[in-house]
Design a protein around this ligand. Structure first.
Ligand SMILES: [Ca+2]
Ligand SMILES: [Ca+2]
Length: 514
């Protein structure tokens, strides 16, 4: 080209015009080459994509690294998920989180041997894929068809003088507990994660221990509702049973009379409140506060994210008829248990920390909410001191102004139900303590949790922790899990009931000095 451009003097006008056109073309070509050389610095596929499959929750976590300066102008705009070569899910986005590495959780039903592949697409150019083969369920969970009488209760370790036995059985996926002043026990249920959207739904049970032997005989267990959408939350107030499904709160009026008269045959409930339907962390926990309000935990619909629904990741409260709903506590990732201290009328609640920050962080939390309006940190601040590495780069995202946990329960222990203990049976040291059911870890190399703990309080402050029952995680048998505590409640004689959704049973833990 240079040779052509540098021999102009002997050429005629026509040849000159030709040469000028060639030169213009050459400049254009050089500009184009320069542009192409510049582009990769700005538009690039994600530098890394990694996958993790959670068999217990049937959820695929896609972690993508895509470093950009303007996440609303240049971002991962689409993620495709294929199972064994077939597309099972496509999600589109209009921006990406501010951190360069971020994780999206997707519900994906897969079993051992399935090959999952995810592809993350840059909004400007390029894509990157990753693939995993789903392994055997990480936790060697025993099947739930065991008869309660076959459960190895001798493996549960308790302090001296304590005893554990079966209180009720055949309560499929037993979860939250509530009790009426007359002693009628109500049991909510939730499906395993992979079948949360089953159209068949689940039941709510009532138990009336008529012969007062602290065991639920078959004729003392009533199915008061069937076919409900994961009726995890139950609460009792003024003769009515309130049940929280994923998408609404309903009320069964005059429930105890119906149990007495017709065995509580399933009947039409009143709808109290429609709720936004999220499957992830969408199962609800409810309870009545000392102010007469109905409190409801609204779990965050993600592992970690800034959600555009301001009710996502909060605890709300409302009148018993569903009116005047307001946020009580915010920055709460996924609370599945709360109670009020009978001494102060102040709320305490458990919260499950985010996943995928490693085996040992963040700690799950016991929180104290003495007043309305506090911010407990999620999603930008975990355990009171750890800014989220994915969201926390913005200077506004610090742990300033966030309420730290009242007690660190440990990473991934999954604290669910909790109740203040004010019964008369357990030893003095447990008086006024908070008893907490730990459902157990699903994403920790060495599993922990699967136990019942007591956090001891002094002067309205958490000062220590004792383990009341453990052994459902059998370390002598390769960390086999044979039971998962969900909720706790003390009954008339001061003994403790503990629900277990893996086995569909309720245990009774009692104490005697002799
Ligand atoms: Ca009985
Ligand atoms: Ca927190």
């Amino acid at each position: 080209m240079n040779r052509v451009m540098h021999k102009p003097k002997t050429l005629g006008a026509e040849a000159m015009a030709f040469c000028k056109a060639k030169a213009f073309g050459a400049i254009l070509l050089i500009l184009l080459v320069q542009l192409l050389l510049l582009l990769p610095a700005e538009a690039h596929p994600p530098s890394q994509v990694s996958l993790n499959y959670d068999s217990a929750n049937q959820s695929l976590q896609v972690t993508t690294t895509h470093t950009v300066s303007n996440p609303s102008g240049h971002y991962v705009f689409k993620v495709d998920v294929l199972k064994n070569g077939e597309m099972v899910l496509t999600k589109e986005y209009t921006s990406q989180p501010t951190g360069s590495t971020f994780t999206y959780d997707y519900p994906v039903n897969a079993t051992a041997g399935d090959v999952l592949k995810a592809t993350a697409y840059c909004s400007i150019a390029g894509s990157r894929s990753a693939e995993i083969t789903v392994g055997d369920v990480a936790l060697k969970v025993m099947q739930a068809e065991e008869e309660a009488s076959d459960l190895p209760l001798e493996k549960v370790r308790l302090p001296p003088g304590f005893k554990i036995e079966i209180y009720a059985e055949n309560l499929t996926y037993a979860r939250s507990l509530a009790i009426s002043p007359n002693g009628t026990l109500f049991v909510g249920t939730r499906l395993p994660f992979e079948t949360l959207d089953s159209p068949n739904g689940l039941a709510v049970y009532a138990i009336v221990d008529k012969n007062q032997n602290h065991y639920a005989e078959e004729n003392e267990i009533f199915t008061v509702a069937e076919g409900l959408n994961n009726p995890n939350g139950v609460a009792f107030r003024d003769g009515s049973l309130y049940v929280a499904e994923i998408d609404r709160i309903i009320r069964f009026e005059d429930i105890e009379s119906r149990l007495a008269e017709d065995g509580g045959k399933p009947f039409e409930p009143v709808t109290v409140k429609e709720l936004p339907q999220y499957l992830l962390h969408g199962w609800r926990y409810i309870g009545f506060g000392p102010d007469g309000k109905l409190y409801l935990a609204m779990g965050a619909a993600c592992n970690v994210c800034q959600h555009n629904d301001e009710l996502n990741g909060t605890i709300v409260r409302m009148n018993p008829d569903g009116s005047d709903m307001e946020v009580f506590a915010k920055g709460v990732r996924n609370s599945v248990g709360f109670d009020w201290d009978p001494a102060t009328s102040e709320m305490w609640f458990t919260d499950n920390g985010r996943d995928l920050l490693g085996n040992d962080v963040p700690s799950d939390e016991l929180n104290h909410a003495p007043v309305a309006g506090l911010d407990f940190g999620f999603p930008t601040c975990h355990s009171g001191s750890i800014p989220d590495p994915d969201l926390g780069s913005n200077e506004n995202y610090t742990c300033n102004q966030k309420v730290p946990p009242a007690w660190m329960l440990g990473p991934h222990v999954a604290p669910l139900g909790m109740r203040f203990y004010s019964g008369s049976m357990l030893p003095e040291e447990y008086q006024g303590s908070i008893i907490i059911a730990e459902h157990g870890s699903w994403n920790r190399d060495k599993p922990i949790g699967y136990r019942v703990a007591a956090v001891l309080l002094k002067n309205n402050t958490a000062v220590g922790q004792q383990i009341i029952a453990e052994g459902w995680l059998d370390s002598s048998a390769n960390d086999t899990v044979w039971g998962r505590p969900v909720d706790v409640l003390s009954i008339d004689d001061g003994s403790l009931l503990v629900s277990d959704d893996l086995n569909g049973v309720i245990y009774r833990i009692s104490y005697s000095q002799n």
